[in-house]
Design a protein around this ligand. Structure first.
Ligand code: 26Q
Length: 750
């Protein structure tokens, strides 16, 4: 049966007569059928990628791509005047993640399945996931995102485990989502409890944080600014770890493995420290089944590998010993034992799992009891080895390794940017999809004006599409001929959205003075701030106030627009990234572990404006310094500056007229007329008095480098050439490459 006949049969109607909703159901059924034709082979050893987040995005399009029928499906539908993108748009985006770490986990699941590795994800089924962001009075508000509805991708299983807490036991229920590869189907295993009750949540996301039976799997990262929130988070983490561990043991036994050989059957990749309790939990379960403590520890050490995603000390997870003892007493005893063993071996206190203040350091437990510790970009791993985790590196040098992050090229090129994907195929054939390093051969078109013009044309079409989408979603009219300057990522001071805003204020003031940019600029932001992160919310407030100020000022808005998209998520990213000209990657050097948005925008032909941080460094060495715009202090300088502890933002504020003018404008009467005095004043004071992430010292360089970029943009062919070099060198960042490296160095699954 041809694909077209199959679709028609599954729609029960002529394609021509179907509504988009009917086609959506027909395509789902078709995917199911094609999926069932794939015979998945179990290997002896299996990978479990355990993570608190899986920011999977809509799945229909990537399922079609991985099944190899995406292009045909688009073609068939277009013959009947139907648009596949309009149909896939109908899917509701799952809300199971927050940012880079969760999106990385999802790109990894895609590549694990696609490259044919037997490996599943393990996580939690959050009913509301991350909050939905709503803007009112230029501020962020959080509302529950009840994304589950009558969900089309979740399968309920009859698998259920008992999870023992100190004060109660909870029964879980396993749901799965199929992760479709080329010739195998893996699973994303998501655990839930049946007593969870969405009705206890108010519209502004308040609920009884102590009512664990009813709230356990409601939210990702419940607000932990109070004790009840922190306790709930620990309940969640253990629930995830225990279910994961029970699943691993169960599946191993089902495959005919013996517990003594567990490490030959399962490898666990621990995605940051949120799932770390799987280490003591596996040990507990092995002991419960009659194994002695020494042997269980040896087995678990051989099974677990830990990925670190952050260097920010404040983001490293620590738990009060008494909280652990109270909520999961059996696990506490095991952690104490694990700690005692290391204390007897190492005098150095920085290596102790439980410190003198009775805080349990999760990363330290991971490093001691895993066989592999990896960072996520070259610089990040070096910093871990040289400074943050140097004490560990000295005793376990063999455990440390780097795995530079990657992105799913299928989602971020084929799915998000079919125009560019198709054009690349025209130029170099389709083989690059088996090995994205082959994109390199595009470089031979560096001086081919026809190719360069076509790249500009594709970008222009993507920008026009984004303008339509923003108009439809937010009612804003944008100029597709302006430069699209994009910063999309979680809101965090170290990522320095505030520095971008200071630049925009400077531009605004210049325009007011009659100094006009050669071409209009559209600054696009997408970011959610953690609900309890006050300064991050203040920064959003400032961005939205400036957006409104400019929107109301016709004389300025012809030259400069600021748009912050509401509820930034994967779906937004898929629209914005193909339309981006400038990719803002401006974190304070040494603070961004890797970044992955930088890779996505590079792949889509944007040029990076960035610091020497995270994977920007690898981008820079791949494309060469002529094809990237680097500014700011180096990580060594920054680390030195923190050591000396002598940075005084006030000095910059006083001495640099441009900085002073921009910072003062935060509380200018025109802004105060649109915003909240308390919030804006707090932000201004934070910058002048603290500026912990050192925006001022990098500001002048940022300003001039960005201006240089804008002037280079006017040389359209020159820009297109730089863009081509970026696309051609982005193949290294395919997550297929990253996964192959994880497999050959860490997992070793055939
Ligand atoms: C910390 C303490 C207590 C509870 C939660 C947390 C917490 C929650 C989420 C800590 C960190 C996160 C998320 C981290 C994250 O997304 N990191 C990003 O990971 C990407 C993938 O490796 C990198 O590209 C980014 O550089 C990194 O910021």
């Amino acid at each position: 049966m041809t694909l077209s006949q199959r679709l028609e049969k599954n729609c029960n109607k002529l394609i021509y007569d179907c509504t988009d909703e009917e086609l959506f159901c027909g395509i789902l059924k078709t995917i199911d059928e094609l999926k069932n034709e794939i015979k998945t082979k179990d290997e002896k050893k299996k990978l479990y990628y355990i993570s608190a987040e899986f920011l999977i995005g809509k799945l229909m399009e990537s399922n079609l791509i991985n099944l190899g029928v995406y292009h045909d499906m688009r073609q068939i539908l277009s013959e009947y005047g139907k648009d596949l993108s309009k149909i896939t748009e109908l899917e509701i985006e799952p809300s199971l993640g927050n940012g880079g770490l969760g999106r990385l986990a999802s790109c990894f699941l895609d590549s694990i399945a696609y490259t044919g590795i037997d490996g599943d994800g393990v996580g939690l089924l959050y009913h509301c996931g991350l909050f939905k962001q709503v803007f009112k009075e230029n501020k962020q508000f959080e509302t529950p995102n009840l994304w589950l509805g009558d969900n089309t991708v979740l399968n309920k299983t009859d698998i259920s485990y008992t999870v023992p807490f100190g004060d109660m036991t909870l029964k879980s229920r396993l749901y799965t989502i199929d992760i479709i590869g080329k010739d195998r189907i893996n699973k994303l295993n998501l655990f839930d409890i049946e007593t969870v009750d969405e009705k206890i949540v108010t519209d502004d996301i308040r609920y009884d944080k102590a009512d664990i039976r009813r709230n356990l799997t409601l939210f990702l990262y419940p607000d932990d600014s109070d004790e009840a929130g922190r306790r709930l988070r620990l309940y969640q983490e253990y629930f995830m770890a225990s279910n994961g561990a029970q699943l691993i043991i169960d599946e191993t036994l089902r495959r005919g493995g013996r517990l003594e050989d567990l490490a030959d059957y399962a490898v666990v990749q621990i995605n940051d420290t949120h799932p770390s309790l799987i280490i003591p939990e596996l040990i507990r379960l092995l002991c419960e089944r009659g194994m002695d403590m020494d042997t269980s520890i040896k087995i678990v050490e051989k099974m677990c590998a830990y990925t670190n995603h952050t260097i920010l000390a404040e983001a490293l997870e620590k738990w009060e010993a008494k909280t652990i003892q109270d909520i999961i007493p059996e696990i506490y005893e095991i952690i104490k034992e694990l700690d005692a063993r290391k204390k007897s071996e190492c005098a150095d206190k920085s290596l102790h799992i439980i410190d003198d203040n009775s805080l349990v350091h999760m990363a330290r437990m991971d490093i001691h009891y895993s066989f592999s510790v990896n960072g996520v970009a070259a610089l990040h791993t070096e910093i871990l080895k040289k400074s943050e985790l140097n004490d560990f590196y000295k005793i376990y040098p063999e455990k440390f390794n780097n795995k530079t992050n990657g992105i799913s090229m299928r989602r971020w090129l084929t799915g998000a940017n079919p125009r560019l994907d198709g054009f690349i195929e025209e130029l170099i054939g389709r083989d690059f999809r088996n090995d994205y390093e082959k994109l390199k051969s595009l470089e031979r078109y560096k001086d081919d004006n026809r190719v360069l013009s076509k790249l500009l044309e594709i970008k222009a079409e993507n920008k026009a599409d984004l303008c339509d989408y923003i108009k439809e979603k937010q009612g804003i009219d944008l100029d597709p001929n302006s430069v699209f300057d994009v910063q999309i990522k979680r809101l965090h001071e170290y990522k320095r959205q505030q520095m971008n805003v200071l630049y925009l204020i400077t531009k605004y003031l210049d325009i007011k003075r009659g100094i006009l940019p050669k071409r209009p600029i559209t600054a696009i932001f997408g970011a959610k701030a953690a609900p309890a992160y006050t300064i991050a919310k203040d920064i959003i407030h400032l961005i939205l106030c400036i957006e409104e100020l400019i929107e109301k000022d016709k004389a300025v808005s012809e030259h400069l627009r600021v748009v912050m998209v509401e509820n930034y998520n994967v779906t937004w990213a898929e629209k914005i990234i193909p339309a981006s000209d400038i990719s803002e990657q401006i974190s304070l050097a040494s603070k961004e572990a890797s970044g992955t948005g930088n890779m996505k925008m590079m792949l889509n032909g944007a040029l990076t404006l960035g610091t020497m941080d995270g994977a920007n460094i690898e981008i820079s060495s791949l494309v060469g310094e002529d094809n990237i715009y680097i500014f700011g202090k180096s990580s060594d300088e920054v680390i030195e500056c923190y050591k000396k502890n002598n940075y005084k933002p006030y000095d910059y504020y006083e001495k640099d007229a441009r900085i002073k003018e921009a910072v003062d404008f935060i509380t200018d009467k025109d802004i105060l007329a649109l915003g909240d005095k308390e919030s804006l004043t707090r932000l201004k004071n934070e910058l002048i008095k603290k500026d912990y992430f050192m925006t001022f010292p990098d500001f002048e360089d940022y300003y001039s480098t960005k201006d240089k970029m804008l002037s280079d943009y006017e040389n359209r062919m020159g820009w297109a050439k730089q863009s081509l070099v970026n696309i051609a060198n982005s193949g290294y960042f395919s997550s297929d490459r990253t996964i192959r490296e994880y497999n050959s160095d860490i997992w070793r699954i055939v």
